[in-house]
Design a protein around this ligand. Structure first.
Ligand code: NAD
Length: 494
C-alpha cells in the first residue's frame, strides 16, 4: 500500500573494513585492555566487525600524544599556510575515497549511500578546504588604548581539544569540529559514537597520508560512559566540544566543572518548529514539511518535528501529507530509489516505536505510518500525527525519528508563542510569501538558525548551534574556528 520495501539482498554492498583499532600518535593500536566491541549494520541487525574498545588508559595515552604534539611538535608552530597546504592534501584524499567513506557511513548508520557519495562526503572535503583557507588568516587586532599604552591581541590555539561525536552524521559533524581544530593549530582526541566508529578511523588514516603530524589527530573508539567520560574528566584537555543529547551535555559540563574547568561547547537536541502560513503554496509546503522530518530518517537534531499550520490551509495540507508520505520509499539505503534507510540501531528503533504508542494513547490521530517496515533491520514507516496538543509527550520530547506532530494555529502571535513553547532552541522554519511575516517570525523565534521557505539549508560559512537547552557555542563558519582559539592581549607602555 505504501512505497516501503524492506532491505533487499541485491543492494548489500559491504565495504572492505580496513581500520578497526585505536589511532594514537600516528599508529593504529589495540586497546590496552585488548577489549573490542561490535558495530552493527542497521539494515540487518548483523555484526559488521569488531572495533577496539578504548577506555580511560587509552584516552590517557592519546592525550599524552596530543599534549606532546601541542607543546613540542610542529603543528601549532607551522605557518598557517603550511597547515593549510596539508589540509588541502587531506581534502583531496577524502575526495579520492568518497565511495569507501560513504559506504562505511551507510553500513554503520543506515544513511543513504547516494546522498553520502554525492553530498555528505564531498561536503566534508569542502569543509576541510574552507578551514584550510582560513589557516593563514588567523590574526588579532591592534587595540585603541586610552592611555600611553600600546596594545594588540594574539589569537593562539586553545591547546588539546576533546571532540565527542554523535552517530547521526558520523562524517560531517566530525569535520565541523576536526577541520577548524586543525586550522587553529590545536591537537585533539576524537571519540566517535559507538554506533558509528568506522569512518573516523578511515579519516585518521587519510590525515596521516596527507602529512598531519603524529599526535595531532588521535581517535579513541569506545563507549560514552567509559572513553567519552575519560575525555570530559581529563585534567589535561583544554576544551571539550560535544555534539549529542541534552542529558549527556549536562554530564559533560559537570565533568568539566569537577575536573580542570576545561572550556566546553555543546550542540544538543532540538524540537524545532516549522510554521506554515495561509499564503503558502500548499504542495511545496507539504514537501518541505516531509523533508524536514524524514531526511536522514528523522535522526537529525534540527528536524522540523513540530509543524504548525495556519487554519486556512490546514485541511488541504493534511490531505497532501497523507498522499505524499505513502510515496516516500523506505528500504535499503544502497537502493537509489529509497529515500529513507533504517534507524541507527535497535535501541533507537524501539524508542521511536514507544513514542508512537505514546502518541496514540495520548489521543493524537495517526494520519499515516506508525509501524515497522519489513522483518529484519530497523526500518520505520514515515509517521504523521494530527490533532497533537502542545503538552503531549510527542510534541515535547525529541523523538529523533520519522515522526511528525501536526498542529493548527490561527494568528501569527499564537504561532510564535507556541513555536517558542519548548525547552529547545536549535532551528525553525517559516513558509510564507509575506516578507513582513517572515521577518517578524525570524526575529521572534529563539533558535540558532531560521530557514525561510527552505529547510536544512546548511552551509559551511553559516554558524550553527543552539539557544536554551539546545546548547551553546557555534560550529561552522568563522565562529566555528574562533571557538578553538584563545585571545591573548599584549600591552606595553609607549
Ligand atoms: P548521546 O548524547 O547519547 O551520545 C553522543 C556522544 O556522546 C557519543 O559519542 C557517546 O558515546 C558520548 N557519550 C555518551 N555518554 C557520555 C558520557 N557520560 N560522557 C561523555 N560522552 C558520552 O547522543 P546520541 O544518541 O549519540 O545522538 C543523538 C542526540 O544528539 C540527539 O539528542 C540529537 O539532537 C543530538 N545531536 C545534536 C546535534 C547538534 O548539532 N546540536 C547534532 C546531532 C545530534
Amino acid at each position: 500500500s505504501n512505497g516501503s520495501s524492506a532491505a533487499s539482498e541485491s543492494f548489500v554492498k559491504m565495504p572492505t573494513i580496513k581500520f578497526t583499532k585505536l589511532f594514537i600518535n600516528g599508529e593504529f593500536v589495540d586497546s590496552i585492555s585488548g577489549k573490542t566491541f561490535e558495530t552493527i549494520d542497521p539494515r540487518t541487525g548483523e555484526v559488521i566487525t569488531r572495533v577496539a574498545e578504548g577506555d580511560k588508559e587509552d584516552v590517557d595515552l592519546a592525550v599524552k600524544a596530543a599534549r606532546a604534539a601541542f607543546d613540542h611538535g610542529p603543528w601549532p608552530r607551522l605557518p598557517g599556510a603550511e597547515r593549510g597546504a596539508i589540509m588541502l592534501k587531506f581534502a583531496d584524499l577524502i575526495d579520492e575515497h568518497t565511495e569507501e567513506l560513504a559506504k562505511l557511513d551507510t553500513v554503520d548508520a543506515g544513511k543513504l549511500f547516494g546522498f553520502g557519495k554525492a553530498v555528505d562526503i564531498p561536503q566534508v572535503a569542502h569543509m576541510v578546504r574552507y578551514y584550510a583557507g582560513a589557516a593563514d588568516k588567523i590574526h588579532g587586532e591592534v587595540l585603541k588604548m586610552s592611555r600611553e599604552l600600546q596594545g594588540y591581541t594574539l589569537l593562539e590555539p586553545i591547546g588539546v581539544v576533546g571532540h565527542i561525536i554523535p552517530w547521526n552524521f558520523p562524517s560531517s559533524l566530525l569535520f565541523a569540529k576536526v577541520a577548524p581544530t586543525l586550522a587553529a593549530g590545536c591537537t585533539m582526541v576524537v571519540k566517535p559514537a559507538e554506533q558509528t566508529p568506522l569512518s573516523a578511523l578511515y579519516y585518521a588514516h587519510l590525515a596521516k597520508l596527507a602529512g598531519v603530524p603524529d599526535g595531532v589527530l588521535n581517535v579513541i573508539t569506545g563507549f560514552g560512559k567509559t572513553a567519552g567520560a575519560a575525555v570530559t574528566h581529563h585534567m589535561d584537555i583544554d576544551k571539550v566540544s560535544f555534539t549529542g543529547s541534552t542529558d549527556v551535555g549536562r554530564e559533560v559540563m559537570q565533568a568539566a566543572a569537577k575536573s580542570n574547568l576545561k572550556a566546553v561547547s555543546l550542540e544538543l537536541g532540538g524540537k524545532s518548529p516549522l510554521l506554515i502560513f495561509d499564503d503558502a503554496d500548499v504542495d511545496k509546503a507539504a514537501d518541505l514539511a516531509l523533508l524536514g522530518i524524514l531526511y536522514n530518517k528523522g535522526e537529525i537534531c534540527v528536524a522540523s518535528s513540530r509543524v504548525f499550520v495556519q487554519e486556512g490551509i490546514y485541511d488541504e495540507l493534511v490531505k497532501k501529507l497523507q498522499l505524499k508520505a505513502k510515496d516516500w520509499v523506505v528500504g535499503d539505503p544502497f537502493d537509489p530509489n529509497v529515500r529513507q534507510g533504517p534507524q541507527v540501531d535497535k535501541k533507537q528503533f524501539e524508542k521511536i516505536l514507544t513514542y508512537i504508542e505514546h502518541g496514540k494513547r495520548e489521543g493524537a490521530t495517526l494520519l499515516t505510518g506508525g509501524k515497522p517496515v519489513g522483518k529484519k533491520g530497523y526500518y520505520i514507516e514515515p509517521t504523521v500525527f494530527t490533532d497533537v496538543k502542545d503538552d503531549m509527550l510527542i510534541a515535547k520530547d525529541e523523538i529523533f525519528g520519522p515522526v511528525m506532530s501536526l498542529m493548527k494555529f490561527k494568528t501569527i502571535e499564537e504561532g510564535i508563542a507556541r513555536a517558542n513553547n519548548t525547552k529547545y532552541g536549535l532551528a525553525a522554519g517559516i513558509v510564507t510569501k509575506n516578507i513582513d511575516v517572515a521577518n517578524t517570525v525570524s526575529r521572534s523565534i529563539r533558535a540558532g538558525i531560521i530557514w525561510i521557505n527552505c529547510y536544512f539549508a546548511f552551509d559551511r560559512d553559516c554558524p550553527y548551534g543552539g539557544y536554551k537547552m539546545s546548547g551553546f557555542g557555534r560550529d561552522f563558519g568563522m565562529q566555528g574556528l574562533h571557538k578553538y582559539l584563545h585571545t591573548k592581549s599584549v600591552v606595553t607602555p609607549i
